[in-house]
Design a protein around this ligand. Structure first.
Ligand code: PLP
Length: 357
């Protein structure tokens, strides 16, 4: 058991040994030391994404790479699949870039339906540059079946690219970039990867890079072709947050080599199950159980308000997440992701079940 008492759905608790990596001396980002560091990162980042294609690290939060994904792949129209507040963010960004954006939407708590997506794409075949999908909707605690949704896009609209937000899934839930046929998959590092916020990671397909060559005005900071050129040389286009790169290198070693992905995903499933089963007598899981996320759960309490519960937990030393967006007043959320252990979650649940009752 660690000393984790922090259970919001990101940023997550960070291990002291990761924080201490960030105090290492600076190095230049055009030299051999950085090249070695970056090579070490990519050797683990690619398996984490399940890809043999390109992977990039950008100094920005996840939203920056959502914008980058759209800038580099879309010039006309996109389709956004909306099932909560963060999936709706794709829509807002697309509109802010002057793209025509359509959406298919399901009620909060539900997952996107592949058949509905198929029907929509069939009625507008070849219409979209890209479809935007959110793997794990952090506002509701729902995990979408990205494999099935991507298959649908491939079947019904083969030239349409698939852009996936894995901000709150990567490192906690399996992502299989190549097997599922994704084109851009991005994540922040302050959730399942349990680093302090400040950088973001992405896998990018050859097809997405080919699309970028056809988009003349891709901006400068988020140009994927510049990321590709520099990555091939063991670097990044502009000065990165080097402390985060140290921390990411260490964390990926620990995740991929030491803990292993299989064990990590199993631990996340067990933490999710504990949270759902133990709160069940006192709170309703707000998400459809079949699609309940392994990294975050939203609950509607039966006997007290979410604010009362969070305040009582705070006085007992534990921080829980509040509701988000439409569910701000009616739910509280538990982030069960990153480096916390099942014992940490159970220790928090011992107290929470008292507070809830
Ligand atoms: N997408 C999802 C699913 C999220 O949960 C979040 C943040 O919580 C974001 C996008 C935005 O990420 P960032 O805050 O790193 O920009």
């Amino acid at each position: 058991m660690s000393d984790c008492k922090f259970f919001i759905p990101g940023p997550t608790w960070v291990r002291p040994e990761i924080l201490s990596e960030m105090t290492k001396p600076m190095i230049g980002h055009r030299g051999a030391e950085f090249r070695d560091l970056f090579t070490r990162i990519l050797a683990n980042l690619k398996p984490l994404f399940g890809t043999a294609q390109d992977a990039f690290v950008a100094t920005c939060s996840g939203t920056g790479l959502m914008e980058a994904a759209l800038i580099n792949t879309a010039s006309r129209r996109v389709l956004v699949t909306v099932c909560g507040a963060f999936s709706a963010r794709w829509f807002t960004i697309a509109q802010s870039l002057g793209l025509e954006a359509d959406k298919i939407e399901v009620p909060w708590g539900q997952a996107i339906d592949a058949e509905e997506l198929a029907d929509h794409l069939i009625s507008r075949r070849g219409h979209y540059d890209a479809v935007c999908i959110t793997h794990n909707e952090t506002s509701t605690g729902v995990t979408n079946d990205v494999a099935a949704l991507t298959r649908t896009v491939r079947d019904e609209s083969p030239d349409t690219l698939v852009l996936v937000d894995a901000v709150s899934s990567l490192g906690g839930i399996d992502v299989r970039f190549d097997e599922w046929g994704l084109d851009v998959c991005l994540a922040s590092v302050q959730k399942g990867l349990a680093l302090p916020p400040g950088i973001a990671v992405a896998a990018v397909s050859a097809q997405a890079l080919a699309r970028a060559t056809k988009i003349p005005y891709r901006g400068a900071y988020f140009d994927f072709l510049a990321f590709k050129k520099h990555a091939d040389d063991g670097s990044v286009p502009s000065t990165p947050s080097i402390p985060h790169f140290y921390a990411l290198a260490r964390q990926l070693d620990d995740i991929v080599q030491k803990e292993t992905l299989e064990a990590r995903f199993r631990r996340h499933r067990a933490m999710r199950d504990a949270a759902i089963v133990r709160t069940a007598p006192f709170a309703t899981l707000a998400a459809d159980r079949e699609h309940a996320s392994n990294t975050v759960s939203a609950f509607k309490p039966l006997h007290k308000t979410p604010d009362e519960i969070r305040a009582e937990m705070k006085t007992r030393g534990f921080t829980l997440g509040g509701g988000y967006g439409e569910w701000k007043e009616s739910t509280f959320r538990i982030g069960h992701m990153g480096d916390m252990t099942l014992a940490d979650v159970n220790a928090m649940l011992d107290v929470l079940t008292e507070v809830l009752s």
